[in-house]
Design a protein around this ligand. Structure first.
Ligand code: SAH
Ligand code: SF4
Length: 348
């Protein structure tokens, strides 16, 4: 493990290519030259929250709202499974209601019965009560992604309306751990007012919470949000932001070693080879978006978000070739569990 001072130095002063080489060496040692694949399904953009940075916040009256039906979701899951995906991620806006809980429960049970117990299911549906997380776990979900967004409470308050609570979000992460989920968290990099020290604290937060998976990406302004209105990034700002996100991935790999780290979609919004560069900086998971393209534009968290490609099959083979070209093997038909979670289970 690194000291906080060393984390700050690596994030700010280390030569980027040297840093990424070292992180990639650690990735090869801990994970091998393998990349886990997840099919991302963005099944609803209805959200009760109003985060100041997010394009599908409840206050955005311009975006049309959609919710897929149970059948639509199951059809997409089946299609992804046939293309070679061994697991899915179900993501949506945040809704806390009994009818939403029941809907998700039904979908989970249906996926578990159609695809069998070896098929992986990750949820990313925001903050919920421990009881709801427990019901979804019993219905078949075994991984959950809930980014802390920033571990700096003051900054957290600045980018969220007063109804949102940093403490509650952290408690949710802890509930998920208690329930035996593989827990993923993460942050946005290059938020206005965020310092290198604050990003170093984020990496220490991941270690302190002993999480199994990390999903990080650059913050990208969206015009229909209070934080993004009228903000246009220059080419050099886009590059800086991209490189900062790579640094965060690299230092997180070196510090935490055996966790799963995703090369987030937002990396691709800033660099067309963002995914491969993320892998070469220490990430080991990619999550192609398999949602129908008719919904793609409506699930616009940030500007220039890459749209889903309709033919998931074509996507998988071209992804495999792109990864092969950098010496990496795409894992098909696998759940892709976090090695960190496995060692935690053995030692407890
Ligand atoms: N509602 C759930 C899941 C969907 S949002 C939740 O909030 O947990 C998924 C992630 O999108 C968020 O955690 C946030 O980190 C990211 N996101 C939202 N707006 C963004 C933006 N403008 N730039 C980059 N990432 C953004
Ligand atoms: Fe809703 Fe998640 Fe966007 Fe916040 S980040 S507005 S909770 S979808």
């Amino acid at each position: 493990m690194l000291s906080r001072a060393e984390i700050v130095r690596l994030l700010s002063k280390e030569d980027l290519s040297k840093l990424c080489k070292e992180a990639y060496r650690v990735k090869l040692e801990e994970i091998g030259n393998k990349v886990s694949l997840r099919a991302l399904i963005e099944w609803s953009n209805v959200c009760s929250k109003n985060c100041f940075y997010c394009g599908i916040r409840s206050g955005n009256n311009i975006v049309s709202r959609y919710r897929m039906t149970e059948d639509e979701i199951i059809r997409l899951v089946e299609k992804a499974r046939l293309e070679g995906y061994g697991n899915v991620v179900l993501q949506s806006g945040e809704i806390e209601s009994e009818s939403n809980t029941l809907f998700v429960e039904r979908v989970l049970k249906k996926i578990a019965s159609t695809c069998g117990p070896s098929f992986g299911i990750t949820l990313s549906l925001g903050e919920q009560s421990e009881d709801v997380y427990k019901r979804w776990r019993q219905a078949g979900a075994h991984r959950y992604l809930l980014r802390i967004e920033t571990s700096d409470c003051k900054l957290y308050e600045k980018i969220h309306p007063p109804q949102c609570s940093y403490e509650r979000r952290r408690e949710c992460i802890r509930s998920l751990s208690r329930l035996g989920y593989q827990v993923g968290t993460g942050v946005m990099c290059a938020l206005p007012g965020q310092t290198i020290e604050s990003l170093a604290d984020d990496i220490c937060f991941f270690a302190d919470e002993d999480v199994d998976m990390i999903g990080m990406g650059p913050y990208i302004p969206h015009d229909e949000t209070p934080m993004g209105r009228g903000v246009i990034l220059t080419e050099s700002e886009r590059r800086e932001r991209f490189e900062l996100a790579l640094r965060m991935i690299a230092v997180t790999r070196i510090h935490l070693r055996n966790v799963n780290i995703a090369a987030a979609t937002a990396l691709e919004a800033l660099d067309e080879r963002g995914r491969e560069k993320g892998i070469l900086s220490g990430a080991n998971v990619i999550m192609p978006n398999v949602t129908d393209s008719k919904y793609g534009e409506l699930y616009s968290l940030y500007s220039d978000k890459p749209l889903p490609k309709d033919d998931a099959g074509e996507g998988v083979s071209s992804l495999a070739s792109a990864l092969e070209a950098i010496g990496e093997k795409l894992l098909l038909r696998e759940r892709g569990d976090s090695p960190h979670y496995k060692t935690k289970r053995i030692s407890t």
